[in-house]
Design a protein around this ligand. Structure first.
Ligand SMILES: [Zn+2]
Length: 174
């Protein structure tokens, strides 16, 4: 009984002690929750490739501009160019519990063979959560050019019923 009671506090103490050591050596320890944050999305089966018939959030360019201004970076033009040059590789949408979920794949600007997965949670005119695999895109409020490319694609579908995507064999399968 006594041993049992002692065991857990000791373990916790050692763990805390080690974290403190890391803190001294490398600065604040990055916790797991920060490293592996992922927007909670519905089951993969809920997602469909975006078409002109898809239920999508009613986003317009004013929403995207506001979102890009919040990031404090001037990368909307870059993203508009990337979108025009077909950096968007795929875009899928799901509607669940009154929220829209969008997943997209966007090619890297520097190394085109690298593709980043982007996830966006939105309501009409409201971008709730964003994340991208690139260094700047950490969720839940990621801000990067790849996220903007996906948002621009959604806006294009809302306004012009089209989306510019570089089609690939993978995209055509579904
Ligand atoms: Zn990104």
């Amino acid at each position: 009984m006594q041993l049992h009671c002692l065991f857990i506090p000791t373990k916790l103490f050692v763990y805390g002690y080690r974290l403190e050591d890391y803190d001294k050596l490398f600065g604040p320890v990055v916790t797991d929750s920060e490293v592996v944050f992922k927007i909670k999305v519905p089951e993969p089966e809920s997602f469909r490739d975006i078409t002109s018939n898809s239920a999508i959030p009613d986003l317009d360019m004013a929403d995207i501009e506001l979102f890009s201004q919040l990031s404090g970076r001037e990368n909307l033009k870059t993203s508009l160019n990337m979108y025009d040059e077909y950096f968007l590789m795929s875009c899928r949408v799901a509607f669940f519990n009154a929220d829209y979920y969008i997943t997209g794949m966007v090619a890297s600007e520097m190394r085109k063979h690298i593709v980043y997965n982007v996830t966006v949670k939105a309501k009409s005119h409201l971008i709730l959560e964003t994340q991208c695999e690139c260094a700047a895109g950490m969720g839940p409020y990621g801000q990067c050019k790849h996220i903007l490319v996906v948002l621009i694609g959604i806006t294009d579908m809302v306004q012009h019923r089209r989306i510019k995507m570089k089609t690939s064999i993978t995209n055509r399968q579904k």
